[in-house]
Design a protein. Structure first.
Length: 367
């Protein structure tokens, strides 16, 4: 005998531990099966783009910290690169090396958060997450040595970085580089072949390469589909063209591939940092630039490979000390566009896992 059920619509969020911020999903179920999804955002809107019109080009750095607030260093880098393109500013070599070191450390910290919370949502409550937080804490301590802050760092400036690394930073970094590969081996040993993880992530929430490209998806979500696109290789900036590294990709585009690509990217980031440590030379860390930068009446767009994907800044200058207009291409926002297609047909327990594998930060979505 068949059972007739009526669709039920529930709200997941805006206050919910699995929404990674103040975010709401209006989900319609037929029994346990998801038949429709409507993302609802805007709860964390702070008007960043409009606020930028009232601040000078240096002050805006602090606003970028609060976009993807678990990856402030790469936010800083994306913004200052756009200002440098706008104003024709050249960055000294040592400044570029410090930028790459701090950005790749930030990528590792961000991917640790993504991995830890994904396992939390799979039901491995707290223990794997605390393991990931333990290693992330070491990175935050190094950030504090660089600039005095751990989360909202404001380390980068148009023309370079705030200040050189202190002498005790380098031994701490060497210790991290020597021990982190062993930690990643341990993490993979616990997760990658775990039969529960495989059962809950393999062939779950599959995104095809063509759908990802059509939706302008970038970052690990795109590379998990098998598309080898990374701005650090495709459009090298800073000193990335001097570094030898690979771009990890998946094959299926499922939840497992999204996890696995992030773990492999952490290994590649360690490889890049090690090369930067070997290549960096003494010298200035910041170009001589005025505090009040006045670019010509031009516009520019610069994209940077952040942990979530392509983070881009489009800035229009009218010749003043503040942007006439600024628009942010936020990868978390773009990556959300495929969420509905990924979730329909799956069950409630799968919804949480798929959503977690996209790894959004609502501060970047709402801006």
């Amino acid at each position: 005998m068949s059972i007739n059920t009526q669709p039920v619509t529930i709200n997941l969020g805006p206050q919910h531990p699995s929404t990674h911020g103040v975010f709401r999903l209006r989900v319609t179920f037929d029994g346990e099966q998801v038949i429709d999804v409507e993302p609802v955002f805007g709860y964390l809107h702070r008007g960043t783009e409009k606020l930028a019109e009232e601040r000078n080009y240096v002050q805006i750095v602090t606003l970028t910290d609060r976009l993807d607030y678990v990856a402030a260093m790469t936010n800083n880098l994306a913004y200052v690169r756009a200002v440098e393109s706008l104003a024709g500013i050249e960055v000294p070599d040592r400044g570029m090396y410090l930028r790459v070191i701090s950005s790749e450390l930030q990528r590792i910290a961000s991917h640790l958060i993504a991995t830890g919370f994904l396992l939390d949502e799979l039901g491995a409550f707290h223990t794997p997450l605390i393991y990931c937080f333990r290693e992330r804490e070491r990175i935050l301590e190094m950030f504090e040595m660089l600039c005095g802050a751990r989360i909202t760092v404001s380390y980068m400036r148009p023309g370079g970085v705030l200040q050189d690394a202190p002498s005790d930073f380098w031994p701490r970094l060497d210790d991290f580089l020597s021990s982190m590969p062993g930690y990643l081996d341990e993490l993979e040993g616990l997760i990658t072949e775990n039969e529960v993880v495989l059962a809950r992530t393999r062939d779950l929430g599959i995104l095809s390469a063509q759908d990802a490209i059509d939706s302008s998806i970038t970052g690990p979500v795109l590379r998990a589909t098998g598309v080898q696109w990374d701005l650090r290789k495709a459009e090298p900036h800073e000193v990335y063209e001097r570094l030898d590294f690979d771009v990890p990709i998946g094959s299926v585009g499922d939840t497992f591939d999204r996890y696995y690509v992030r773990v492999q990217e952490m290994r590649q980031s360690l490889r890049m940092i090690q090369q930067c440590v070997q290549q960096i030379e003494p010298g200035p860390v910041r170009a001589e630039t005025p505090y009040f930068i006045r670019p010509d009446c031009v516009d520019t767009y610069v994209g940077t490979e952040s942990p979530k994907g392509e983070l881009g800044f489009y800035i229009v200058s009218d010749g003043g000390i503040s942007p006439y207009r600024m628009h942010i291409r936020a990868p978390s926002f773009i990556n959300l566009t495929v969420l509905r297609e990924l979730l329909i047909g799956w069950k409630m327990a799968d919804l949480i896992v798929i959503f977690g594998s996209i790894d959004i930060v609502v501060g970047e979505v709402d801006r």
